[in-house]
Design a binder for this molecule. Sequence first.
Ligand code: PEP
Ligand code: MN
Length: 368
Amino acid sequence: MASHALLDIDEQWAATVPFNFYGPCSAESEEQMLQTAAGIAAGFNSPIYRAGIWKPRTRPNSFEGVGTIGLAWLKKVKEEYGFQTSTEVANANHVEHCLKQGVDILWIGARTTVSPFAVQEIAEALKGVDIPVFVKNPIHADLSLWIGALERFNKVGVRKLGAIHRGFHQLDSAPYRNLPKWELVIELMGKYPNLPMVCDVSHICGTPELIPHVAQKAMDLNMNGLMVETHVTPKIALSDAKQQITPEVLIDLVSQLERRARTTDNEEYRSNLEILRGEIDKIDAEAIELMARRMELAKKIGLYKRDNKVTILQVDRWQNILDRSIENGKALGLSAKFVKGLLNNVHDESIRQQNSIMNPDHKRPERT
Ligand code: PEP
Ligand code: MN
């Protein structure tokens, strides 16, 4: 991936954590909005009240949102409960309506983040407007698209900028609705440590039972807030009925979350951690060195193969390596998935190295 300049984030605003978005998937009626808000108010002082007004639905003729009337209900929630309000915008027209009706925070949906034209149009509509924008990850696992959308907003001057992790569509996402792929989110957090990151547990899980575990994981990764779809009567919700929870369940869920600090002043903890981390750093350095040695051997083998006109891959040999290593790993408490993933990477690099020896003129495109 190309290197990226740091995002220019309003640090003062970013420090106003947590950013917890609670509220229904969709605004359905004034009553549903106010009753849900009342339930949430029983447990929280200053959540951000979320509700979809325009709903991006996979198929036409499903409930596509109540439209602008819902913005009046959001306003009412704000007046009665003092919550900040938030909704999804997917075009410049939505932005205009939201700004007129005093919506406090906008978010960009996963289906919009995939479309640079749409993102650019929304960004242009926000030129010179001081409103926070949270960008959900694109539907599929493409970090560049997510970053690109964040950059488009930043470029027009949006400095109150955050990201929302809502999982990634994948055929084998079970048991989740959208696969969390934490490693991608961690990568984004590493690149932009000042970017607030919210975890949308509802769209990751797709079902209430999984939410506690995912919400706890988000907290343990030091994410900056949760998005939880909350509905006064989830069973009869007009969208995402399967994943919404009642305000009572939400309050219980949040109260059960274990909150751990980023660090501690405890001297013993600090010095022990330092020792253990030192050992880990040493092992990582050794592992890299071992890999370099392994690649030297692979290159030597590549030369023999070239001189003897033998193919790079002997699939039975590779299968043996895999089976043996998975077996060895198992005995040492390593999962088959981990060992397989690790060795696949190593093998891929070996093949690349041998290929460059056998076919020095073929430039394989760099995968980043
Ligand atoms: C939503 O938040 O209701 C929504 C449509 O989410 P996503 O864009 O993540 O699918
Ligand atoms: Mn939803």
